[in-house]
Design a protein around this ligand. Structure first.
Ligand code: HEC
Ligand code: HEC
Length: 347
């Protein structure tokens, strides 16, 4: 008996310590209800996780990677540094993105949600697939400034990632494709469709608009929805909305990708969902308030060869109408999304 104990005890201690939760892994955040969503009345998404079956383990790996600073050269910046949940995954208070070594980029971090409907990514549509999108920030010298060989090797040396990759893909192997696929699972799960506006449109309880919100909604449908089209609040087209050209950045927008002069200064129409949370506004973050945005549409629109014809002469609005539209825009905040525990930083 004694002999057996002598033999068994060390084995038990060994087994017990091996099974103990890796101290690097913090108490689990929820990963329930991981499935594709197509809200009522919405078009079919472009990305439907084709060849990338959505699973809770794939989502958990993607979430961990999204907040992983090892994805940057000096291990200081994660995707979550510039895409913060409480700001609908935009970067609060930053007009231009702020990355590695304190360097600034030339564009404002867009919010991240409902990405499965995007036919293209970035302000100029320069990336056309959600599964290759992360390569851009990881390798951008002013964002994360790393390369995939290095990132794969760093993650391969981590016991935490060995088990996360095994859970998600069946083996411990870390490779670029798996990194991108799991990030696409996390980003693709960032659905936002439960704002007061959505309740209103669906005639559901809690969706009652005030008189001011109703007035704002009617104005919005008449003057804004040509481009900020319902239900996603963007038609994903590239347009010039008459911003003055910033001589330092001189960002030509869509033309940067197509080299077509008729695309100069056109940018992807951004969604206005969660717009209260994503200041500052426009591709270069030049406006800090929605009042400034509406003042722009009213009196600031610059005529140019590529200005959208709908905006010739600007959008005529009274001060009261501006306030009504802003009040309506407030109904586009989706607090269940902004505070969803599943999307939090697990570290
Ligand atoms: C230094 C700040 C920064 C970091 C870090 C960063 N991003 Fe971004 N992200 C941006 C900016 C700025 C843009 C817009 C770039 C453009 O339009 O050229 C962007 C655009 C995007 C888009 C396109 C959204 C759209 O509406 O078209 C996605 C998706 C995205 N980032 C995901 C990620 C992921 C995943 C990571 C981590 C691998 C990451 N980002 C890291 C700043 C950052
Ligand atoms: C002709 C198309 C068009 C119309 C009409 C239009 N917009 Fe825009 N809107 C755009 C484009 C394009 C951008 C992005 C421009 C950029 O950053 O270069 C934009 C940007 C915005 C932004 C900033 C969003 C962000 O995330 O930075 C807000 C807010 C906005 N518009 C609100 C409105 C409102 C309110 C109206 C109606 C009064 C309106 N827009 C009418 C095309 C349009």
């Amino acid at each position: 008996m004694k002999r057996i104990t002598y033999i068994l005890l060390p084995i038990l201690v060994f087994v017990f310590t091996r099974c103990k939760v890796d101290p690097e892994i913090k108490p689990e955040l929820p990963a329930d209800n991981i499935r594709q969503v197509v809200p009522q009345g919405w078009p079919q998404p472009v990305y439907q996780f084709q060849n990338n079956p959505l699973t809770a383990d794939g989502f958990v790996l993607g979430r961990t990677l999204f907040y992983e600073k090892m994805l940057s050269r000096d291990n200081t910046i994660s995707c979550g540094s510039c895409h913060q949940q409480f700001a609908a995954f935009a970067h609060l208070d930053h007009s231009l993105s702020h990355g590695i070594d304190g360097l600034f980029g030339t564009r404002n971090s867009p919010p991240l949600f409902n990405l499965n409907w995007h036919p293209s990514f970035m302000w100029d549509g320069g990336v056309n697939h959600i599964e290759v999108q992360p390569l851009a920030p990881i390798t951008n010298p002013v964002e994360m400034d790393d390369n995939m060989t290095n990132v794969v090797s760093k993650l391969s040396n981590s016991s935490k990632y060995k088990s996360l990759f095994k859970n998600a893909f069946g083996t411990e192997e870390v490779n670029t494709e798996r990194i991108f696929k799991s990030l696409a699972q996390f980003m693709g799960m960032l659905y936002s469709y439960k704002s007061k506006y959505d309740l209103h449109v669906n005639g559901a309880q809690g969706g009652e608009f005030s008189a001011q919100q109703t007035s704002g909604y009617n104005l919005f449908k008449a003057k804004c929805s040509q481009c900020h089209t319902e239900p996603l609040l963007t038609d994903f087209s590239f347009r010039n909305n008459g911003l003055s050209i910033n001589p330092i950045l001189n960002d030509s927008g869509r033309a940067h990708i197509t080299s077509d002069p008729s695309d100069r200064y056109k940018f992807k129409v951004p969604t206005l969902r969660n717009i209260l949370q994503t200041a500052p506004y426009m591709h270069d973050g030049r406006f800090t308030t929605l009042k400034q945005v509406l003042d722009h549409y009213h009196t600031g629109v610059q005529t140019s060869a590529t200005l959208d014809p709908f905006l010739l002469g600007g959008i005529v609005l009274t001060e009261q109408e501006k306030l009504d539209i802003i009040s309506f825009l407030g109904t586009l905040s989706d607090y269940s999304f902004l505070y969803d525990e599943r999307f939090k930083d697990p570290n």
